[in-house]
Design a protein around this ligand. Structure first.
Ligand SMILES: [Zn+2]
Length: 561
């Protein structure tokens, strides 16, 4: 017996090299590429090897070939560019929700024509609603339609146009239906817009939207979840961070995502923040946490809970600024935007989140809103430190350099998007050219050494990540040229880090993803162009050729077939 064991051991020793190679034989070997690994100190490679869900090697084509075996799929990249799987740091959904779709409209006449069609198909009294995937910056007139115009195409049926996340536009029938008139008190943290004659325009902003009750959204199904991931995997995206709202009712939608996870059907990784926008009462935070099937950082590499998303100010038309809005929007220098949650209540909510050991991220568009966030975060930090716990701020359109030191001291991550690309002319109207030109100063945030994470805020802005990359690198906008070239990101590697490794640092998953290196999840995308060298003008039309998530192919472009 002893003899046999010894002989066997010698054979094993002799075969050791071979058997190790067999055991390590990769499922996929990619060669002859230009691979941006996002690895510190070793950013470029020619290829990598994948076994199961993970990368097992990265390096030269020659070295990667040694990982091949009988069952290995070899991907000859033929010089193509590869990035770690792309992430969207602020993604709600891909858009295209129910209701009239106004995303293709380019004039007020187009909007009215779409409403007219819907009105002609509606029964008397039916409510006509749009989805939110449009912005007046896409319209030639560069303004919102008004109630009187909507009345011209739908006098009897109430109409509510939902624009982005902060605005409704109603026709007169809808204003009557919800009993909104010139005597209606303006809700705190909201606005009911009037024209120069004092007449209601039909626009309701932020908290004033609560005067209207829209029908509940339909239940989100597993099929809906799979549709979303299919659409965005096609752009090389493998991870999204969902800031407090997705589609439909939040917890029902979360359940659908978790059901897709249980079915093993996910091809997109989620970091999900619970919905705390609008919350003024700390008791409500406890309720929200109590309702969640998973606590903070619980879950797995597919679905994890990231924290709680809060909000203090409005959006394009309601960011809370320290300087008044411009022109007619400034209402004679008196309009500074909206405080959606008063400072005292917001601070109490933040402290409660911290007391409970959770983290917050807060929507803050204007610099006065950022002050409000920093005051509250500092108050919480003085009770129990929030540093090192990945707290963050979303958007930061307008900030003052003097705020950077406070943000740094709290160790905050900054989550930025390309709203300016879409909405530049509107933002110029609201804030004036000088301020609009410096909106979302990504270069300054990077230069100051913040952990900066990129995203889109889809469906407020289209989810196509290449639009965002183009904008961040050029500051060009869809309809109004370059805004503030000084804030263009100069390092394309920095840009890629914003949507790969920085994202993984923000979600606390840097040990398992965010770069192409052995031991990490094999999430990667082969792109149509070399993002490090391609002419900037070509970036908006770039696409993914091949997307892998966890070692599994989830998208392949026709040209790669
Ligand atoms: Zn958002």
């Amino acid at each position: 017996m002893r003899q046999r064991t010894a002989t066997f051991s010698i054979i094993m020793l002799l075969c050791g090299v071979v058997s190790t190679a067999l055991a390590q034989s990769a499922d996929v070997v990619a060669i002859n590429g230009k691979v941006f690994t996002a690895r510190e100190g070793a950013e470029l490679a020619q290829g990598f090897a994948v076994k199961g869900e993970k990368f097992i090697a990265v390096g030269s084509t020659e070295a990667m070939r040694t990982h091949g075996g009988a069952g290995t799929t070899v991907i000859d990249l033929a010089g193509r560019f590869v990035t770690p799987g792309l992430a969207d740091g602020h993604f709600h959904n891909e858009g295209g929700g129910s209701g009239i779709d106004l995303s293709a409209t380019r004039s007020i006449a187009d909007v009215l024509a779409a409403v007219k069609t819907a009105a002609s198909e509606a029964k008397p009294g039916d409510l006509i609603v749009s989805n939110s995937d449009w912005h007046e910056a896409q319209l030639g007139e560069q303004r919102l339609p008004v109630a009187a115009e909507l009345d011209g195409v739908s006098a009897a049926n109430p109409v509510v146009l939902v624009r982005g996340g902060h605005d409704y536009i109603l026709n007169s029938a809808a204003l009557r239906h919800w009993k909104i008139d010139k005597d209606t008190p303006v809700p705190d943290g909201g606005a009911i817009t009037r024209d120069i004659n004092g007449e209601l325009t039909g626009e309701l902003v932020d908290n004033a939207k609560r005067l209207v009750t829209l029908p509940p959204p339909k239940a989100v199904t597993v099929a809906d979840v799979l549709t979303t991931q299919r659409k965005i995997n096609a752009f090389g995206i493998t991870s999204v961070r969902i800031p407090g709202s997705y589609k439909g009712e939040f917890f029902q939608a979360l359940e659908a995502i978790l059901a897709a996870r249980r079915e093993g059907a996910l091809s997109l990784r989620y970091n999900i923040y619970l919905p705390g926008s609008g919350v003024r009462d700390p008791a409500r935070i406890r309720e929200i946490i109590g309702k969640s099937p998973l606590k903070q950082d619980e879950g797995d590499e597919w679905v994890r809970i990231g924290g709680i998303k809060l909000l203090v100010d409005g959006g394009f038309e309601g960011g809370h600024m320290s300087e008044p809005f411009a022109g007619e929007y400034g209402k004679g220098g008196t309009y500074y935007g909206l405080t959606v949650i008063p400072a005292k209540e917001y601070t109490a909510v933040v402290k409660t989140i911290n007391d409970l050991g959770w983290r917050a991220t807060t929507h803050a568009v204007g610099d006065a809103a950022i002050d409000q966030v920093l005051d509250a975060y500092e108050a919480a930090n003085s009770e129990h430190p929030i540093t090192g716990k990945r707290w963050a701020i979303e958007h930061l359109f307008v900030s003052r350099p003097a705020q950077f030191a406070r943000m740094k001291k709290l160790d905050l991550a900054l989550s930025v998007q390309d709203h300016l690309y879409l909405a530049a002319p509107a933002l110029k109207n609201y804030l004036g050219a000088a301020r609009a030109g410096q909106i979302t100063p990504v270069k300054s945030y990077l230069d100051a050494g913040f952990l900066v994470v990129g995203g889109t805020d889809s469906p407020v802005v289209p989810f196509n990540p290449f639009y965002a990359y183009y904008h961040f690198l050029t500051r060009d906008t869809i309809t109004d040229g370059v805004y503030g070239a000084n804030e263009a990101v100069t390092s394309r590697e920095d840009l890629l880090r914003m949507v790969t490794i920085n994202y993984a640092k923000l979600t606390g998953e840097v040990d398992i993803k965010g770069s192409i290196e052995p031991g990490k999840l094999a999430d990667f995308a082969v792109l149509s162009e070399d993002l490090l060298t391609v002419a900037a003008a070509k970036i908006p039309t770039m696409r993914a050729m091949l997307t892998f998530v966890g070692g599994r192919e989830v998208f392949r472009d026709e040209a790669m077939k």
